[in-house]
Design a protein around this ligand. Structure first.
Ligand SMILES: C[S@@+](CC[C@H](N)C(=O)[O-])C[C@H]1O[C@@H](n2cnc3c(N)ncnc32)[C@H](O)[C@@H]1O
Length: 269
């Protein structure tokens, strides 16, 4: 069916030229969020260099003979060095292959896509970019949590929570003062210290907080808590990566919607 769909869009889908790299985002996880460009890339690529966040069902769109190269973190082992990934992309392109570099979410949101694009440009390798839906927005939307909501917030912060230390990471105390919803990537490990610092910066301890594990995937889990309790709740529920953390009043919308849906279901009986 997908093949037919592509044939129905003549001229829309660019031709994947040999010797080029396409740097693509696969979206938050569920293959339904792939763009037509990325499906087209999967169907034309000779080799796919992908990260750990790519769902196996996404790779099923590739030609069976396409080579798949895993370039992500596995079981907590150190990930392949970024330089090595860049060198691999360059050398595959120089072998005149159609190289698809496929990343979870969007390559340019905490995805090191910028570094890869620079490396390709410096090596003189032609490339194209096709963005994906970043998990921090798509994953939230699928969990009925709007990133912005009229009357609640006029801006939103997307941040990496890899480090709670302001020497190596963000100044969480200053960030708390902005009083904006914060969407955190890679924050599971450092969440207890991040939450403490946000509260120290003036964020209300009872601020609604959600954690979304495996967003958009069949094994998705969602935890609703509050800022001062989320770290403990997270520990008790054994949540792990990949997970997003959302801190802010926008989280209440999910509960409100669920209550309304429940009420409507009861009234329908
Ligand atoms: C290295 S970052 C890559 C982000 C990606 N480029 C994006 O735009 O979504 C990895 C982090 O993204 C988040 N993430 C990506 N996919 C996710 C998913 N399906 N569910 C929950 N979190 C996800 C997690 O915080 C994870 O630790």
């Amino acid at each position: 069916m997908i093949g037919r769909m592509m044939e129905d869009l003549p001229g829309l889908m660019p031709l994947f030229q040999p010797g080029t790299v396409w740097l693509c985002g696969a979206g938050p996880g569920d293959p339904g969020h792939l763009t037509l460009y990325v499906i087209s890339a999967l169907r034309q690529a000779d080799v796919i260099v992908h990260d750990a966040l790519i769902d196996p069902r996404v790779l099923d769109f590739a030609r069976p003979e396409a080579e798949r190269i895993f370039a992500g973190k596995r079981g907590g082992k150190p990930s392949i060095a970024q330089d090595e990934i860049c060198d691999t992309l360059v050398s595959l392109a120089r072998r005149n292959l159609r190289v698809l570099r496929l990343k979870g979410g969007d390559p340019f949101v905490f995805g090191r896509g910028g570094e890869e694009m620079l490396a390709l440009a410096e090596a003189g390798v032609p490339f194209k970019v096709f963005p994906g839906i970043t998990s921090g927005l798509g994953g939230l939307a699928m969990a009925s949590i709007p990133a912005t909501m009229r009357g609640i917030n006029q801006a939103v912060i997307l941040a990496t929570g890899q480090s709670a230390d302001h020497h190596t990471g963000l100044d969480w105390i200053a960030l708390a003062r902005l009083n904006l919803p914060v969407i955190l990537y890679m924050a599971v490990r450092a969440l207890p210290r991040i939450a403490d610092q946000l509260i120290a910066g003036g964020m209300a301890p009872e601020t609604p907080t959600a954690v979304i594990e495996n967003a958009t995937l069949p094994d998705e889990r969602i935890l609703i808590s509050r800022l001062d309790r989320v770290a403990t709740d997270l520990q008790h529920s054994a949540f792990g990566p990949p997970a997003l953390v959302v801190i802010g009043e926008v989280v209440r919308l999910r509960e409100q919607l669920r209550r309304l849906a429940f009420q409507a279901a009861r009234e329908a009986v």
